[in-house]
Ligand binder design. Sequence first.
Ligand code: C2E
Ligand code: CA
Ligand code: CA
Ligand code: CA
Length: 273
Amino acid sequence: VKRRGRNGISRFVPQLRAAPASMLSLRGRMSRGLERDEFFTLFQPIASVRERRIVGAESLLRWRSSTGEMITPAVFIPAAEESGLIVPLSERMMTLAFAEAASWHREGRSLLMSVNLSARQLREPDICQRILAIAAEQGVSPGMVQLEITESVLMERVEQSERQLLQLKEMGFRIALDDFGTGYSSLAYLKNFPIDSIKIDGSFIRGLSRNVRDAAIVRTIINMSRDLGISTVAEGVETAAELESIAALGCDFYQGYLLARPIPGEQLAQLLD
Ligand code: C2E
Ligand code: CA
Ligand code: CA
Ligand code: CA
């Protein structure tokens, strides 16, 4: 089973601790990169399984450093979380993503913009007001925005996270549980948190057409979500066979290279009818 996200973080952090000098330089480069506007976001469309129609997109950060090198979020997000830079970095990302969402809205399209929220952000006491303020600045209503959180986000300071999420939910933001199935105690979170959507991790989708165990797990997640009134998104759909499989299981939405890679906003606009 290939894992990303949370697992990537736990693999990266010990390395950083072993090499504080390189972390310092990475942090320094990131903070300079922020000042110099080296970060930008790509958008990966999300479509309905039934009609194959694009219903929204996920904003994914990219860093083109001053040396011209493209640095992947798997490298800089864990370091940004460790150093606290994730907070300004994510505010920059949300500004760009919400500006894009506003441009969709001006063209009369009702698409959902998904952004990733890190554990560190939910620890900021005024995070709800700040996200709401960025949305307002860009002219986006909270109902057009989905906040993606992983289970590891919820595992830290459970009560505070729960309070913040409830507040975001009351403001009208939608909440998605990201990388579903790769963490722990997923079901308890479904019981206690106001989740609108579940994103089934790509590692389960990968084996779907060959592996009966993956199929059983995905089927169970989809059936349970339906009973709970939660929508499902299959992540990392790469082949037509995988799309067929999730369609047969009744999955609502999909995202992955089969539909499109993460692309610049202008390119996404061209994909919209
Ligand atoms: P994620 O939220 O699970 O995002 C999905 C990742 O899967 C993206 O990698 C995307 O490019 C990749 N992907 C999409 N479709 C396919 C596919 O069909 N096959 C395969 N093999 N991969 C696919 P990316 O863009 O490198 O982002 C990696 C992770 O970095 C994200 O995982 C997310 O956890 C984190 N990240 C990215 N942007 C942000 C951000 O703005 N804030 C925070 N907190 N985290 C971010
Ligand atoms: Ca992930
Ligand atoms: Ca995500
Ligand atoms: Ca994911």
